[in-house]
Design a protein around this ligand. Structure first.
Ligand code: GLN
Length: 501
């Protein structure tokens, strides 16, 4: 019997895990046990997990091993035996779903979200639930009520957010695939900070049933992984119509199909205003320009496209987002859902005390803002114009995609910052200047690593943006970028079986 400590599953691809189990080189149980051990040690440094589910992982692994014994393993899904984990705003029966908030600290999932179920049905070994900014409000995972998650590349830096746990768990090699949610950048920005792949699919591609809502017209679920094919396999598992989410669309695409086609003949759009944006750090801008040149050398046609109204996206988002959040979070009233402060004689003081304790500062800020913006007399001044801006931005993208198949831009204006470095909410919000307009318009977007930036040695990334329901276009470009830079490495302190220096 092989020594468990020597079995480093973390560097294997999804395909290699599946075929290794099929060929009886190792068992799914061995993968699960190695992952449990590794998460136990590495997560003491990273704090990506809010809870682990070793029993679920072992039960799933044993079912796969029985399939090997009975000769039916071929029928198992493409993620068979792959360690996976989920952002803690996704319900998984048998776990808490806290949303990183005291409000839901003791909330037991009442059922399993469709996205989670599909990853489990594809054969993933559920390792646990991942830390996040409270209710997905934030860009650093610092607003979680349960402690910060550390960036595996530098433990003094944030992993990004709000899906910081999902990005850090993959970057540290604890699991291969995680799910996050993205309302304004919460998959792409942490993927960029942690140097992994993160996909926000086109709005409607992945069901949100069972995912705690933030901004219902903006939210989308997507995968994190360390290479493009792993991410495409996860996306294949996630898509497809779900009658339980009325925004969900049918999808027959195999996202692995065109990964080897290359970019020759593809038109890749570049937005000049993005490349000269005031907050863009030179090291990030240079990395993105270098990627554009490499794609041109591979035969892509680079075209300039205009998004004249994109500069207004941030303002529209900070109206629409808080309004929808205010509406969605009203259910956490200490009666139907959420923390109940004990000992109140009247309902008013119970609401007040429960919501004051249950919600952290950023959540309270968004709820108050949303309730103000939707109040009589104010609505016409902010909410209505924000929706008009939304239409303009959506049209901008539609026009731009008349001229190109995919847009390439920075994901985040900068590399990962240090804990406590940004305390002003407005500066924090600027983390998302390149990601927010895509949620406003509903297009797909993904972050792809471009190696390490010249100055800081931290991961730098590009963002790819696709026309509605043409997510295969951005995966094809991502594969071409990966051929230049290689798949995302595990952060050095966690590579080669190490669990954090
Ligand atoms: N950082 C953005 C915000 O704070 C986006 C968050 C998200 O996508 N969930 O709203």
């Amino acid at each position: 019997m092989r020594s468990m400590a020597a079995f480093d599953y973390s560097a294997l691809s999804v395909d290699a895990i599946r075929s290794g189990i099929a060929a009886k080189e190792f068992t799914a149980r061995e993968v699960a046990l190695a992952a449990i051990e590794r998460i136990g040690a590495a997560d003491a440094k990273v704090n990506a997990f809010l809870q682990t589910t070793p029993d679920m992982a072992l039960a799933a692994a044993d079912a796969l091993d029985s399939a090997v014994s009975s000769g039916t393993f071929d029928e198992m899904g493409p993620l068979a035996g792959v360690p996976v984990a989920f952002k803690d705003n996704m319900n998984l029966l048998g776990t808490r779903t806290t949303c990183g908030s005291r409000m839901l600290e003791n909330y037991d999932s009442a059922y399993t979200a469709t996205c989670v179920q599909r990853i489990v049905d594809a054969g993933g070994l559920p390792m646990g639930k991942l830390n996040m900014d409270e209710f997905a409000f934030g860009s650093s995972t610092e607003t979680s009520a349960f402690g910060t998650t550390k960036n595996p590349w530098d433990l003094e830096r944030v992993p990004g957010g709000s899906s910081g746990g999902s990005a850090a768990a993959v970057a540290s090699g604890m699991v291969h695939v995680t799910l996050g949610s993205d309302t304004g950048g919460s998959i792409r920005q942490p993927a960029s900070f942690c140097g992994v792949i993160g996909i926000k699919p086109t709005y409607g591609l992945v069901s949100r049933y069972g995912v705690v809502a933030f901004g219902s017209s903006l939210d989308q679920v997507g995968p994190f992984a360390r290479n493009v094919r792993d991410a495409a396999l996860a996306l294949n598992a996630l898509v497809g119509h779900d009658p339980l989410d009325c925004t969900s669309q049918p999808c027959e695409t195999d996202f692995t199909a065109n990964l080897d086609e290359g970019v020759a003949g593809m038109r890749i759009g570049v937005v000049p205003e993005f490349m000269t944006a005031p907050g863009l750090e030179p090291e990030v801008g240079e990395a993105v320009l270098a990627a554009i040149q490499k794609l041109a050398a591979q035969g892509a046609e680079i075209v300039e496209v205009e998004l004249p109204n994109a500069a207004a996206a941030m303002s529209a988002y900070y109206v629409i987002g808080p309004c929808e959040a205010f509406s969605n979070l009203s259910r956490f009233d200490s009666v139907r859902y959420g923390y109940r402060d004990p000992g109140h004689a009247d309902l008013g003081s119970q609401y007040e005390a429960s919501r004051a304790f249950g919600f952290g500062q950023e959540a309270q800020r968004r709820i108050l803002l949303g309730s103000y913006l939707l109040s009589a007399g104010v609505y016409d001044t902010y909410y209505y114009p924000a929706q008009q801006v939304r239409t303009l931005i959506t049209d901008d993208y539609r026009m731009a995609f008349g001229e190109c198949d995919c847009i390439l831009a920075p994901t985040s204006p900068r590399t990962a910052f240090k804990f406590g470095e940004i305390t002003d909410p407005n500066t924090m919000h600027l983390s998302d200047i390149f990601t927010i307009s895509i949620n406003i318009a509903g297009n797909g977007g993904m972050s792809v690593p471009l190696g390490l930036s010249a100055d800081s040695g931290l991961p730098a990334s590009a963002q790819l943006i696709c026309p509605w329901f043409k997510d295969e276009n951005m995966l094809r470009v991502a594969a071409a970028i990966e051929r230049e830079y290689g798949p995302a490495p595990i952060a050095p302190a966690f590579a080669d079986g190490k669990v954090g220096a």
